[in-house]
Design a protein around this ligand. Sequence first.
Ligand SMILES: C[S@@+](CC[C@H](N)C(=O)[O-])C[C@H]1O[C@@H](n2cnc3c(N)ncnc32)[C@H](O)[C@@H]1O
Length: 251
Amino acid sequence: MAKQNGGNAGKKGPSGRSYRNATGLTRQPKKMRGRKVSSQRWLTRQLNDPFVAEAKSRGFRSRAALKLEQIDDRYNLLKPGMAVVDLGCAPGGWMQVVSMRTKLGQGTARLVGIDLLETEGVVGADIFAGDVTDPQMLTAVETAIGGAADGVLSDMAADTTGHRPTDHLRTTALLEAALDFALGILNEDGFFLAKCFRGGAEKTVLDVMQQNFATVRHVKPAASRSESVESYVLATGFHGRNRTAMQEIDS
Ligand SMILES: C[S@@+](CC[C@H](N)C(=O)[O-])C[C@H]1O[C@@H](n2cnc3c(N)ncnc32)[C@H](O)[C@@H]1O
């Protein structure tokens, strides 16, 4: 039987609503026949997830938008007028949050996103379809943001294979690429927020962050499923460019 409310039962959303539905029962999708068990499980979880309902009712393109909102409510990262890069931005939920909180379109705020997938436009933002591991794409992103950013976000995750160590390594490689990009573009005192999977291989990346930022912490917003290995690493207070880069640590 599917886990009730995707493991979020008893928690409260940003709106203060309880995650248990009124009856306390798990709702089942109508058309389950012919679907794989994993797909049935995903559908059931989506249907019973109050964060999915909340994101939808508030017009967000993704449930992930609530994760960024919750992190920002706690750490106050996004401010009007900031320049922000969003790596792995599709379908654009984080971009919606950044757009609102930086007051994109009013004043100096800038927002550039990139994803392998097409992302629906966000007014005032530049969006690229491409791979973050392609240096040419990163140069295009860097140019679009004007050569400097106050914050770099990465919610990138590699497609999962089902083999946890492999998935972990692949997502850590994306984390490394994102950090490398951030180190070359952030303004002094800037921040870096990126998805990471718990598992150990990210230690080298964390070491580089600790040498380049005043504070590095793991954050797990309420909207990140408690049973998921997903968490986020937040580095604030960038010391400035030309400090320890990834290559120096790797060698
Ligand atoms: C969890 S989703 C991001 C959701 C987004 N934060 C939102 O709120 O809508 C992760 C995204 O990372 C993207 N991604 C994965 N690897 C990538 C890569 N190498 N380059 C660019 N995007 C990548 C995926 O295509 C996917 O859209």
